[in-house]
Design a protein around this ligand. Structure first.
Ligand code: ZN
Length: 261
């Protein structure tokens, strides 16, 4: 069983290797590269340098795909563009030695939940077919989302795992927000304890009736509580911090884990 922490954010291409070195010096062992506004690592030499540095430093890399993805759009062209964005992340990710590509699958829009589920499931199967055809090892990991009008409840993500054998991302802050504070960390950990590996997101969060408003700094108490619960499951856990200062909060989390040994 291991729990490792890292920030959402590698920084710009020029600073990337130096950032990884700094992260490693602080006990950080994971990092999620944010392609949320596009795939910004393009040159082969940059890809190689980042991959080699992460490998040497023992930092596990993941990618967060574009925010602009909707696998349930009414517009077929937009669905195809969304699939392509995820696959573009997979292509660079494979070269970078990334293990997961995280994404928000889509919006219900005017469709009902069942139709939405079917559309997203079909799109994920298509993406996986392409990954297999290319011979890539990378896995796609739809995320539990923070707003009630966005696809991504615990039930929906678990159903996708069952039906497509995709990987997944558990965002504890999103689940807290989505349930308007009703869901406890204990319940979230319980919901996913059957899996050997957990890729997670965490931070503080502001929320209301419709769910997530914005991410805020992480409370040390909450990190302690999560670590306490996750230590009992014996899973391999990666926790990516997504607060406004994810590096500081990842370092704080590393220190919490050390204090709890
Ligand atoms: Zn996300």
């Amino acid at each position: 069983m291991t729990i490792i922490f890292g920030p959402g954010g590698l920084g710009g291409v020029k600073e990337a290797v130096a950032n990884l070195e700094y992260y490693a010096s602080q006990g950080i062992k994971a990092c999620e590269i944010e392609f949320t506004y596009g795939v910004y690592i393009k040159k082969e030499e940059d890809i190689r340098a980042i991959r080699d540095a992460a490998k040497k430093l023992g930092i596990k890399l993941s990618i967060h795909a574009h925010y602009w993805i909707n696998l349930n759009s009414d517009d077929k062209k937009k669905v195809e563009q969304s699939k392509k964005r995820i696959l573009d992340c997979c292509e660079v990710g494979e070269k970078l030695g990334v293990y997961r590509v995280v994404f928000h699958p889509g919006y219900y829009g005017k469709k009902d939940k069942e139709e939405t589920y079917e559309n997203i499931k079909e799109a994920i199967l298509d993406i996986q077919k392409e990954i297999k055809r290319k011979g890539w090892k990378i896995k796609i990991a739809p995320e539990t989302t923070g707003r009630v009008n966005v696809f991504g409840s615990v039930e929906e993500i678990k159903r996708l795992i069952r039906d497509t054998h995709c990987s997944f991302t558990v965002d504890f802050a999103h689940l807290l927000a989505r349930s308007n504070g009703r869901m406890k960390y204990e319940e979230m950990v319980e919901d996913f304890k059957e899996f050997k590996e957990l890729h997670c997101h965490f931070s503080g969060i502001n929320y209301g009736e419709k769910g997530e408003k914005n991410h805020i700094m992480t409370d040390k108490k909450d990190v302690k509580e999560l670590v306490r619960l996750l230590k009992k499951t014996g899973q391999e856990v990666v926790i990516i911090n997504e607060s406004p200062d994810p590096v500081a909060d990842a370092i704080m989390s590393v220190n919490v884990l050390r204090e709890m040994r």
